[in-house]
Design a binder for this molecule. Structure first.
Ligand code: PLP
Length: 407
């Protein structure tokens, strides 16, 4: 039997919504994107959400909006998908990498040590859907000594008066941190709506705008919207109406808007996210944890802890006391059985680009340890409990073969 890693969830509702868009006579940014923004706003419990064409774009747009550029530093965890740091490099700034904790999120005590007068933003990442420690990060940026180090340059930096907290929530739509929804926990939060994500638009991202006073979040929304449409004062939908032809280019923007035909997929999914799709992911994750609880060598991920709950995006199993090579051999064995698994993530200092920029994995021991023992298991609504049992049985078999060396 073949078990894919992460097929998209495409049902009749998705097909109907996409078909409706295709037949409507309007396929790029328009009413479906607006409707998706409204649904994400409801889910994140905030008023202003802007959809863009990827989370990578969303991170770049947010940094660009804040005026981050050459000579600036942005703190990121060493253990994340490369896009977190690539967005920083693309706007001309330097990613400052920090090691992680056992729960895969940024180590806030290490983070504090890396703040300098050049630090303009911190990008915590909710790896696998498990929220970073937002209370501590928000406290750090609001600490008087840290504020004294902040050297604002752009208008936005002067208005905020401190380091920006920009969450890379690519994995964590629908997750809860201490009773609060992801999207409402810091200044700006970026979701990914990429094909493998919990809610998808094939490719896409969404920026949740939750800035404190004196910002007007609706004005920031309008400003970012302009920035994601080449700085053009009228979007194509408005310009397309009779008599609506005249426009201006008000500022230097990017082309990062989401098309309606993509938004339609996400719209059909998000309407059943909290009632069907998220609970189904939770069912799969809890089943894995229940079955692996019988094996002392299985290091289970944090899923629920008091009022914090993951989005169940990735199930990052770790195996105790194995080497990176043994992990690779276990993956090879289960792949032979047609089960597709993954590793989230190869820490950035191990990748060619970042090695070339001088980052060294030896500086991030927890990131390496987590990576070397991690296997991400299939997790999606279509997976049955029988599939989960089969996957666990194959992992147990592979573990015994590779580590204990017996059949
Ligand atoms: C942690 C993290 N950040 C950012 C991204 C980038 O998302 P996108 O593909 O929507 O640009 C991803 C994508 O997988 C991710 O895993």
């Amino acid at each position: 039997m073949k078990i894919p890693f992460s097929p998209p969830f495409i049902d009749e509702d998705v097909l109907n919504e996409v078909s409706d868009t295709l037949k409507s006579g309007w396929i790029t940014t328009g009413p479906k994107v607006k409707a998706l923004e409204t649904e994400i706003s409801k889910l994140a419990e905030i008023s202003n959400v802007l959809c863009v064409n990827s989370a990578t774009s969303g991170l770049m747009l947010a940094l660009h909006w804040f005026g981050v550029g050459e000579g600036d530093e942005v703190i990121v965890p060493s253990y994340t998908y490369a896009a977190t740091a690539l967005a920083v490099i693309h706007v001309g700034a330097k990613p400052i990498m920090v090691d992680i904790k056992d729960d895969f999120t940024i180590d806030t005590s290490e983070l504090k040590k890396k703040i300098t007068t050049r630090t303009k933003a911190i990008i915590p990442v909710d790896i696998a859907g498990w929220p970073a420690d937002y209370d501590t990060i928000n406290q750090i940026v609001k600490n008087e000594e840290i504020i004294a180090l902040f050297k604002p340059e752009s208008l936005q930096q002067k208005q905020l008066g401190r380091i920006l907290v920009l969450s890379d929530a690519a994995h964590s739509i629908g997750a809860i941190y201490k009773g609060k929804t992801i999207g409402s926990l810091c200044d700006l939060t970026v979701f990914s709506l990429h094909a493998v994500k919990n809610v998808t638009t094939a490719e896409g991202g969404a920026i949740c705008i939750n800035l404190p006073k004196p910002f007007s979040c609706s004005e920031v929304y309008e400003n970012m919207r302009l920035m994601c449409l080449n700085g053009q004062t009228k979007d194509a939908f408005t310009k397309n109406k009779a008599g609506g032809w005249r426009y201006d280019i008000a500022l230097l923007g990017y082309k990062m808007n989401m098309p309606d035909v993509c938004a339609a997929i996400g719209l059909a999914q998000i309407r059943k996210y909290k009632t069907v799709l998220l609970p189904e992911r939770k069912r799969v994750a809890l089943k894995y944890s229940q079955l692996f609880a019988n094996y002392e060598w299985a290091h289970l991920p944090l899923l629920i802890d008091n009022e914090t709950e993951t989005s169940f995006h990735i199930y990052p199993l770790r195996i105790k006391n194995i080497t990176e090579n043994e992990r690779d051999l276990i993956i090879e064995e289960i792949s032979k059985e047609g089960i597709a698994v993954n590793v989230h993530f190869i820490p950035m200092p191990m990748l060619t680009l970042f090695k070339g920029l001088g980052y060294k994995i030896d500086d991030y021991p927890v990131a390496y340890d987590n990576y070397s023992r991690e296997i991400s298991l299939p997790i999606y609504p279509q997976l049955t409990n029988a599939h989960v049992k089969l996957i666990v049985a194959q992992i147990v078999k592979a573990y015994l073969l590779i580590v204990n060396n017996h059949d």
